[in-house]
Design a protein around this ligand. Structure first.
Ligand code: M6R
Length: 604
């Protein structure tokens, strides 16, 4: 959580930082702040709430400095107020810091500093760090920063300025992401690439324990007391991808980009009857007899779908776990276990920490991530990138569909490696995957129907979602999307579980969304629908176009193209995203930045 950016160069730092903060606002929007060095002195502006409040404060007072830092906050310690907004300063107002993460021993350090007569202006853990640097600033900025870093425990990405040495920014990373953007005569340091993508595509990802001293012309990185080198990556995303491009919301834009994102993710990896992955060693998969997939939120739902497909195609026992639960359990993992992390950001702390405890015990580990160079992409043995491009809307949409694309390809690949799939099987599977982008386009053309359904149901306070087999995780995802962006209470259930409890909730005030394509379990799901109808419940059904029977049972139906039954989740996900989107919009919610959420959850 929290977006941070630093700039040093020849241009107006305020402009560059505000631009960057716009691209980082998805990481938190409880408050925003900026500090620049202008004429040898630190100038700071902060505001509670969205970035627009900060911009209103700065208007007409813009400074001329060419070095500065900025922050957009997702509150952990201290309420979302101006006093708690970053950047924070020391007593002299010469040292200023922005931070993403948590300083765990801040309380004892604060007490110690108070005894030394330091005065604090906020309730945050971050502020103590500026004061810790102040303690040793007479030895120089770099030495003082290193000394302060030695004192703290916890997770952090920090960026620091000192007006006494206005030629450098110091940045430090432990646990929370930081990437340096390398320009000509200018450099950036930020939580994420889109914040500087318009100005440079050259990026250097910091590792845990790295401290970077950044000047206009160069970047020196130190780790464990030694100077180290980090590789420079050329970012393939375009700045345009991180713009709304005429769409009212990023979420709608990103939903609409799904045909292309899916295509981009599969196209270079498939041929007529085979699949290849650039960074995976098939030899390491041969001895695997169990798979454990770990993820959070929407990524967990993609992983859950993959469980059905991997077990069916590759005949390998597959367990899926929520990362925050896995971390504190005692999983049975051995050298025949394959671990898979699924994460859009590659920075979710629950997923990263879960892996730290088990990675060495496993035979092989693979990250399925969207962000190139992210922590998980570097941490595990192999990586498969989803080529979704930057996703700015807080609710995952195109990254979900591309995670599914990767995981379906992986199930086929694993089936081949394990000798479970012949050429014909592979051909059929790949043919189905190739059809998906076109089918998603067909669904998108029909989106007005979902807007109409949304208009009819947006006043309801509770929703239930149901699916069976591969469509069960879609029910979970449909409910999560609705909760996130419409603030409507929604639950997803395996339809067979309905009679074991949720049926008690059935009444005329709770719409029931069924993902019910005609497949081997269709009759069973129709029985579930009838049980609800018998109790005056309302049914919204998502089914396949050639289905002629659903109209007898459902109050509203959205049809998706016919596809082989295992592949329905790849299509069913889209109407659920759109339904949630239109309901959220009709309720007047900022669907790109729903309350209390942040895109990347980098604290536990
Ligand atoms: O970056 P990750 O995929 O690891 O993030 C996991 C979840 O935080 C994320 O999927 C979250 O649930 C989204 N807001 C869902 O829309």
């Amino acid at each position: 959580m929290c977006g941070i950016i630093g700039y040093i160069g020849e241009e107006n730092a305020t402009d560059r930082i505000i631009y960057g903060l716009h691209k980082l606002e998805y990481r938190g929007y409880d408050s925003a702040g900026i500090a620049v060095i202008d004429g040898g002195a630190l100038v700071r502006f902060r505001a509670q709430g969205r970035l627009e409040n900060l911009e209103a404060k700065i208007k007409g007072k813009k400074t001329g400095g060419t070095i500065g830092i900025g922050h957009t906050r997702w509150a952990t310690h201290g309420k979302p107020s101006e006093e708690n907004a970053h950047p924070h300063t020391d007593c002299t107002g010469e040292i200023t810091i922005i931070h993403n993460g948590i300083i765990e021993n801040y309380f004892e350090l604060k007490e110690e500093l108070i005894k030394k007569k330091h005065k604090f202006a906020s309730e945050t853990d971050t502020e103590i760090f500026a004061h810790l640097i102040e303690e040793n600033i007479s030895k120089g900025f770099v030495k003082a920063a290193f000394a302060a870093l030695k004192r703290i425990r916890g997770m952090y990405a920090m960026v620091i300025l000192y007006s006494g040495e206005p030629d450098k920014i110091i940045a430090a990373r432990k646990g929370s992401p930081l990437v340096i953007g390398l320009g000509r005569g200018e450099n950036y340091v930020a939580s994420d690439v889109p914040s500087f993508l318009k100005y440079t595509k050259k990026a250097m990802f910091l590792e845990d324990g790295d401290v970077a001293v950044i000047t206009r012309e160069k970047v020196d990185i130190f780790n464990s007391g030694k100077k180290v080198k980090r590789g420079v990556k050329e970012i393939k995303w375009s700045a345009q991808q991180a713009e709304k491009s005429g769409f009212p919301h990023f979420m709608l834009k990103e939903i609409s980009e799904q045909p292309q994102a899916f295509e981009d993710t599969i196209i270079d990896r498939i041929s007529d009857s085979s699949i290849k992955f650039e960074n995976i060693d098939p030899e390491k998969l041969k001895g695997i007899n169990s798979v454990r997939i770990i993820a959070c939120g929407t990524s967990y739902h993609a992983a859950y779908t993959a469980k059905y497909i991997i077990e069916k195609y590759a005949r390998v026992n597959t367990v899926v776990e929520v990362a925050s639960e896995m971390r504190y359990s005692s999983p049975v993992i051995d050298k025949k276990t394959l671990l898979i992390a699924v994460s859009q950001s590659g920075e979710t702390i629950d997923t990263i920490e879960a892996f730290k405890s088990i990675q060495k015990k496993a035979g092989y580990s693979i990250a399925v991530v969207n962000v190139v160079g992210s922590t998980l992409s570097r941490m595990l043995d192999g990586v498969i990138y989803t080529h979704a491009g930057p996703e700015i809307g807080v609710a995952s949409t195109k990254t979900f569909i591309t995670q599914l694309a990767v995981l379906y390809m992986f199930a086929l690949y694993m089936a081949r490696v394990k000798g479970e799939a012949g050429e014909k099987f592979m051909k059929d599977g790949i043919k189905n995957l190739r059809m998906v982008p076109g089918f998603i386009k067909t669904i998108l053309k029909d989106k007005q129907k979902l807007e109409n359904i949304a208009a009819k149901y947006c006043g309801f306070r509770d929703f239930l979602y149901y699916g069976r087999n591969v469509n069960y995780p879609m029910a979970l995802e449909g409910a999560l999307k609705l909760k996130e962006i419409s603030y409507i209470h929604a639950e997803g259930y395996a339809a067979g579980e309905m009679k074991h409890g949720p049926i008690a909730l059935v009444d005329d005030k709770t719409p029931n969304v069924f993902i019910a394509p005609e497949n081997a379990l269709y009759e069973k799901i129709i029985s579930n629908i009838q049980e609800i109808k018998a109790r005056s419940g309302t049914i919204i059904a998502i089914t396949n176009r050639s289905n002629t029977t659903m109209k007898k049972f459902a109050d509203d139906i959205f049809y998706i193209p016919d596809i082989e039954e295992d592949f329905y989740p790849l299509l069913a996900a889209i109407p659920m995203q759109l339904l949630a989107y239109y309901i959220g919009v009709k309720k007047g919610i900022d669907v790109d930045k729903p309350r209390n959420l942040a895109k990347s959850v980098t604290v536990e």
